[in-house]
Design a protein around this ligand. Structure first.
Ligand code: PMP
Length: 334
């Protein structure tokens, strides 16, 4: 009898006339997409030894996302937003972008997991590991003139899209609201939940600015007094992969500099030193932008009498193993 009722309900809902959907439904994020986010918030202890008990320091372990970085979140959000708006039909379009960085790796992973093509333009002198990683996920690489840097790669993408607009979806993370919204909707709420709403300070480095902008906007809706500090490299020629020196960079359209309570800068060497300490003293193998974030968070924490300082561990250090900065073994604190 019960089975009949269920059958009747299913049949009646199947048969009832249904208005056409305004947008095609977003595709499921699938098992890999669903594994993005909900990363642990790890208390940093060895690098925070000199802080009073009333001040604690926490790293959001974004390197534990399936693609190894914080960029898995906005990459998935931009794909889904493109599908929802109809700009991305993953059956007929290839996703194209100019990045060999973490966003490119996230796109390549999602393309494999969700079954769409990914084409990435990058300067031919991008590191061998990067190219191998992207190819391992099955992405198509277009190598551009190394002398033209990332500008050349971006130009190639724009030319390809202009020539065959029906073939491509170009997410343009620097100007895409789904980039910061991903952090407003996931990273920010997770930090509030994991700190029981007690977070007092947030520190994050600026690349596309999506992480800083999205998390800051979310934390401020909870408590406008939470202090949000934006970090940049201290010079145009720096070694902090993923971060931008804004005064000499093309400024992202989504950047909202006035929303930061303070801006700080970081020297590459200080970030490298903290990256080594995180590996050797905390057991956290993360990249130099995470080192920069933690170094800035420690400096800030030292000025406080009480507080809960949260920062971002942006990507895995496995991506930088061939870099020479690991070799310095002298900066372990006694
Ligand atoms: N660190 C790394 C390693 C990155 O790849 C990025 C992304 N460019 C960032 C930090 C900065 O993140 P966002 O783009 O959200 O500002």
């Amino acid at each position: 009898m019960r089975a009949f009722f269920i059958y009747a309900i299913v049949m009646s809902s199947t048969l009832s006339p249904c208005p056409p959907a305004l947008h095609p439904p977003a595709a499921s994020a699938g098992p890999v997409g669903d594994a993005i986010g909900n990363t642990p918030l790890i208390q940093l202890q060895a690098v925070a030894q000199d802080l009073p008990d009333t001040v604690t320091l926490w790293g959001k372990a974004e390197h534990l996302n399936p693609g190894g970085s914080v960029k898995d979140r906005p990459a998935l959000a931009m794909v889904r937003a493109g599908q929802r708006s109809g700009a991305f039909d993953s059956a007929t379009h290839a996703l194209i972008d100019a990045t060999s960085g973490n966003t490119g790796i996230a796109y390549a992973m999602l393309g494999a997991a969700l079954g769409f093509s990914v084409e990435l333009a990058l300067p031919a002198n991008a590191s061998a590991e990067r190219k191998q990683l992207l190819q391992a996920y099955g992405a198509t690489l277009h190598l551009t003139d190394p002398m033209e840097g990332t500008d050349g790669a971006q130009r190639m993408v724009k030319e390809r899209v202009a020539r065959a607009p029906d073939r491509y979806f170009y997410p343009d993370q620097y100007n895409n609201d789904a980039n910061w919204t991903a952090h407003f909707e996931t990273t920010g709420p997770e930090i509030l939940q994991q700190t029981d709403g007690q977070v007092t300070h947030f520190v994050a480095g600026l690349g596309t600015t999506g992480t800083f902008t999205g998390v800051t906007r979310r934390l401020k809706t909870h408590d406008a007094d939470i202090q949000c500090i934006a970090l940049q490299p201290d010079s145009p020629l720096h070694g902090l992969e993923g971060l931008k020196h804004m005064p000499t960079s093309r400024v992202p359209g989504i950047y909202a500099p006035d929303e930061a309570d303070a801006h700080v800068t970081m020297q590459t060497e200080d970030a490298f030193a903290m990256t080594r300490r995180l590996a050797r003293e905390e057991g956290l193998l993360v990249g130099p932008s995470a080192g920069a974030n933690v170094a800035a968070a420690v400096r800030l924490a030292r000025t406080l009498d009480a507080g809960m300082v949260v920062t971002i561990l942006c990507d895995t250090g496995a991506r930088y193993l061939s870099d020479t900065f690991w070799e310095n073994a002298t900066d372990k604190t006694p």
